[in-house]
Design a protein around this ligand. Sequence first.
Ligand code: NCD
Length: 381
Amino acid sequence: MDYIIKNAKIVDKRKTLMGDLWISDGKIKKISNNIDSVDKEIIDAEGKVVMPSFIDMHVHLREPGQTEKEDLVSGENAAVKGGFTHVCAMANTKPTCDNKETMEYILDKHKENGICDLTQISALTKGLQGEEFVNIDEMRKFTNLFSDDGVNVDDDEIFKEALKLSKEKDFKILTHCEPEVETIKRDLKLVEDVGGNLHICHISLKESLDLIKEYKDKGLKFSCEVTPHHLFEWDNDYRVNPPFGSKTDRDAMIEGIKEGIIDVIATDHAPHTQEDKENGAPGISGIEEAFSYVYTVFKQKGISLNCLSEKMSYMPSKLLGFSEALIEEGKDANLVLIDLNEYHKVNTNNFVSKGKNTPFEGKKVYGKVIMTIKNGELVYK
Ligand code: NCD
């Protein structure tokens, strides 16, 4: 089916323009004014914005083993509802995704019912124990991302070895830093010493940002992310890892975005049952409202949609080695249609994720994802 998105405001990292978009054979065939709409399905985008769909470098989909919290289908449905067409799922499943069998189980299940694209991340160490590496060569055949997210790799020598391996075998390590500042300090010192491909997950403190700035200023190559909830909220004791910071920390995160110190916004979508939350499980189910949290903050702070597109689409595409997430003729038609004039209250009854765990129930947010297109197909409307 050919689609024509009419009268859209087209926004990506590099540009903002008005026009029509012709989608054919899964690709953006033409961007122009007044494209002929004969034999094409018209999507009226008057007053709406079209952006590259979002790419999430950090989610928890809980399959196998904890499908009462989330499964691949509910998680991927939540993703496309949030405007994401690619998610990277962490390895803290049950059993841990630290072996070929579990990896194949997840990828096969995803293949059967996949709604968005999935990169399954491998654990870095067996059982996330921080002691013995997984069979890196074997897991590397399936993924270029390794992470023990959820726990810290405490042993300096093991982390140093991991960085060396990441360089040698060309993969990225996504780190859960806890305690945050001390671990980031150690990790960056090690990258300075031995190199390697490091991505620091969910930073939340001003001190972390200062450290990251210091090393980036020195020319060290690595990347980092912040979550929508750490941009949106502060001084809240709702249980999440890392915890919410102070107002100073949160304002630093916004400065980090503005100054280009923070590379990526990633959701850390962490669905839990109500019972698990009552028993202290950390995490927020956030992928469906991620855009709205970020846009609400960006609107208040006068940060552009081009910057939002950079942090939620372009930079993830670069870091993951995909085709750049930009709206250009010939690119895959991975797009999101947004109504910026819409505002709503967060309502977990509308969540398609099984996880209703959020501190933001009833909060008023701006902007809404109204359609998600993946490879030219409508995957959410
Ligand atoms: C994560 C989860 O639930 O898997 N929770 C979270 O608060 N980010 C794991 C973790 O990072 O603790």
